[in-house]
Every structure is written in C-alpha cells, then in structure tokens.
Design a protein around this ligand. Structure first.
Ligand code: SAM
Length: 159
C-alpha cells in the first residue's frame, strides 16, 4: 500500500470513528479535549458535531487555519506532556489525541505519558479516540465501526 493510500485510510478511520461516537459523547457531560490541533481539521469536525460543547485544543503553538482556530481561552500552547497536567480531573466527555508522528522512536516516548494523561482527563464513561494505542487499565477498548481495520486508529471508553 502506498503512503498516500495509508494516509487516506488513517483519515477515513479517524473520521468514521469520530462520527460513530457522537451519541455516546452527547449523553456524557463534560468538555471535549483536542490534543494536537494541527491544521484544525478535526477541531472543525468536532465543533460541527458538538456545537454547544466547550472544546479545548492543545498544541505546541497555534498554526491552524484561521477559521479553525479556537478562542484564546480554549487554546492551550506548549508541550502537552506538561500543559495537559492542569486538566487532569476536568471530567472530559471526549479526548481526541492525534499526536502520532509515524516515527516509532518519537511515538514510543509519547506513549510513556499519553495513556495516563488521557485516562486522567476523562470522566467515567468518557470516550478516547487516538491515533496511537492507549494501553492503560482504566481505558477499555471499544469495537471499531464496520470497515475500520484494527490498529489504524484507536477507540476506548474510560471505566
Ligand atoms: N488533527 C489535526 C488536524 O486534523 O488538523 C492534525 C494534528 S497533527 C497530525 C499533530 C499535531 O500535534 C501537530 O500540530 C503537533 O505540533 C502536535 N503535537 C504533537 N506532539 C505534541 C506535544 N507533545 N505537545 C504539543 N503538541 C504536540
């Protein structure tokens, strides 16, 4: 499979999983956290699906498309490893983390802190959607929507 095909499949999995968890998130109180604002594409998608929900986005710095940039109060800059700590216990209904790089050695370091952080920001029953696997005892894997191959994108619910 070419890298282009692989990229398209990953984004398709990302979109289909985010679409599939809308009802689950709507029945759970709490903000939505977007770890890795990037260009703001998934932020924009989340905003479309959860128009009344507070969505807090994180990135090292803001480099999103201007129309997909959160208000200043909902934008947290800096390394998520540190900046995310202040949000532990916030009781999020959804945490979406799209901070994988595709470089195993970098992602291995991210995986030393990301699962615990995601579990810590979610309320009980809150949903985690991630480009990297989140192997953590409080995060229970959920079945993926039809047609999404295991390992392409990841979906959990906080116990
Ligand atoms: N989901 C976004 C979209 O649809 O536009 C794309 C996210 S992009 C793949 C990943 C982003 O995560 C990058 O902008 C990068 O700066 C950010 N990122 C990765 N690791 C980070 C970290 N440890 N702290 C802060 N930002 C991080």
């Amino acid at each position: 499979m070419s890298r282009l095909d692989s990229f398209i499949r990953r984004l398709t999995a990302q979109r289909d999983i985010l679409n599939s968890i809308c009802d689950l998130v709507k029945e759970t109180e709490g903000p939505v956290l977007e770890f890795g604002l990037g260009n703001g594409r998934t932020y924009d998608h989340l905003r479309e699906h959860f128009p009344t929900r507070r969505i807090i986005a994180f990135d090292r710095e803001v480099h999103s498309y201007s129309a997909s940039t959160p208000p200043a109060d909902d934008m947290v800059t800096g390394d998520i490893r540190e900046s995310g700590q202040a949000f532990i216990g916030i009781g999020a209904a959804l945490a979406h983390a799209d901070i994988g790089t595709g470089h195993d050695e970098i992602d291995a370091i991210t995986l030393t802190w990301l699962p615990q952080l995601v579990a810590g920001v979610l309320t009980r029953g809150g949903v985690a959607v991630s480009g990297l696997p989140l192997d953590w005892p409080e995060l229970e894997p959920l079945p993926l929507p039809d047609g999404i191959k295991e390992g392409r994108y990841f979906l959990y619910r906080r116990k």
